[in-house]
Design a protein around this ligand. Structure first.
Ligand code: FES
Ligand SMILES: [Fe+2]
Length: 454
């Protein structure tokens, strides 16, 4: 971007030290190109994405807290592939979920604990470290056929910041470099100490990129989610771009949108946020403009009592949402007490569908009065103790995934976007600077599609 068309965008904390994680990142010149729209419908494009992006990128397969014990495993399905991720005495390993005898899918459970996987077809068995353990009627095989004792086919797997990543490529760049975020960014949240309290996978009626794009900007909040106007500073959002397609937006919570006139009244939404931070709104004497700060102070005051350590977090991290995007298909809503991990997973065959997979992870807190913030949208009665790992809830395209009103609004809107983009009257997306993360994502996507991976 040249100096003449620099657009002024919000900065959360102008006093932030340049090396702090809160600091506004230097601008990135991603140009002004309008990309074509075929990538949202074309099966040929979908196949190219599979070969160049999905099979060559580090992907979040799950979280380490789901693999606490030796033998714990979960299955990660992506496109047409299925991958077993399991804890062995030598650490976390991943394998294609396929029997080496005749290709049968080996494991059908989503997660569990097993030291041995037995194939449902002819009961060959494999250890969870991937070794072939037993061939049924082995004496009936010519020795040459089974000479190399065909164990499970490994997939590169690494655990970083409590998150399990896999990479299907045999020739991949180092994970840490590919994440693109500064050192300490994700690690600060201690995701390994958090526990999954809800996991939902719902099918949505658009290309996966329409999903990523909708969650990478706060430009649509006023129109699609008008109820957020009382509590989210949608025009005060700081957008930051990092290497490798990573990006972040800091959405200030606990303040009214600058789009609304009333900046004084402590509305019901703000009262709720005060309560969530342990502050009785009845005794609160400030105005709406003071709520965000009060949340920060209130949370620090009760930190010791709740056993929450905020010492490594900026004040803004206590109140705001640091929505952090990892290329290609992830956004993590980062909060010191909890994260909301969303993955946009491509449909195996239909470019106009995707799976929206969300996991809510919470740092367990023993205090009986403590509750996770209401805006996280956990249904009434959700067990937030972290003691029981709930099963994944699956919802079809027409079903209500009970994701709360905001996400239901998104899921209703995305097919409308997808449908409109098909029109002969639509040429391609035109992005403003509130959508700079979308452009950043597409620049990286083009780079990968053209074979410049890693
Ligand atoms: S296909 Fe697995 S044992 Fe035959
Ligand atoms: Fe939305």
């Amino acid at each position: 971007m040249n100096a003449s068309n620099q657009v002024r965008m919000a900065v959360i904390n102008p006093q932030a030290a340049p090396d702090s994680l809160e600091a506004k990142q230097p601008p990135v010149d991603n140009g002004t190109e309008c990309y074509g729209k075929e990538g949202y419908f074309s099966r040929e494009y979908m196949a190219r994405e599979w070969e160049q992006v999905w099979t060559r990128s580090w992907l979040i397969a799950g979280v380490a807290s789901d693999l606490a014990e030796n033998g714990d495993f979960f299955v990660f399905d992506i496109g047409g592939e299925s991958i077993i991720v399991t804890r062995t005495p030598e650490g976390v390993k991943a394998f294609y979920n396929v029997c080496t005898h005749r290709g049968t899918r080996l494991v059908w459970d989503e997660r569990g604990n097993r030291r041995v996987f037995v194939c449902p077809f002819h009961s060959w068995s494999f250890t969870n470290a991937g070794e072939l353990r037993r061939i049924t009627d082995e004496e009936t095989f010519q020795p040459e056929v089974i000479a190399d004792r065909p164990g499970l086919t490994p997939v590169a797997c690494e655990v970083f910041a409590g998150i399990v990543f896999i990479n299907m490529s045999g020739d991949h760049a180092p994970l840490r470099e590919m994440i693109g975020l500064p050192p300490g960014y994700l690690e600060a949240y201690q995701i390994d100490k958090m526990r999954v309290v809800r996991h939902v996978r719902s099918e949505w009626g658009s290309n996966w990129k329409v999903g990523v794009e909708a969650f990478y900007e706060s430009y649509h909040l006023h129109a699609v989610h008008p109820e957020t106007r009382g509590v989210m500073g949608d025009l005060n959002v700081q957008y930051d771009l990092y290497p490798r397609g990573a990006s972040r937006m800091i959405v200030p919570l606990g303040q009214p949108s600058p789009r609304i006139h009333d900046q004084q009244t402590v509305n019901d939404g703000l009262k709720e946020m005060l309560r969530d931070a342990g502050i009785n709104p009845a005794g609160f004497t400030g105005t709406a403009a003071d709520v965000r700060r009060a949340i920060q102070v209130g949370k620090r005051e009760r930190a010791d009592r709740l056993g929450l350590d905020y010492s490594r977090f900026e004040d803004g991290q206590l109140s705001d949402s640091w929505a952090t995007g990892l290329f290609p298909n992830v956004q993590i809503g980062c909060h010191p007490e909890a994260i909301f991990l969303m993955r946009f997973l491509p449909h195996p065959t239909d470019p106009e569908r995707f799976y929206y997979d969300t996991m809510t992870l919470i740092l367990p807190v023993e205090d009986p009065d403590y509750r996770p913030p209401g805006w996280m949208g956990l249904p009434e009665g959700t067990d937030v103790s972290g003691k029981v790992r709930p099963a994944t809830e699956h919802y079809g395209i027409e079903e209500d995934a009970r994701l709360g009103p905001v996400l239901s609004q998104d899921s209703a809107l995305l097919p409308v976007v997808q449908q409109g983009m098909r029109s002969r009257g639509f040429k391609g997306q035109l992005w403003g600077e509130q959508e700079c993360r979308l452009r950043h994502f597409h620049v990286e996507l083009e780079r990968r599609l053209s074979g410049q991976a890693g």
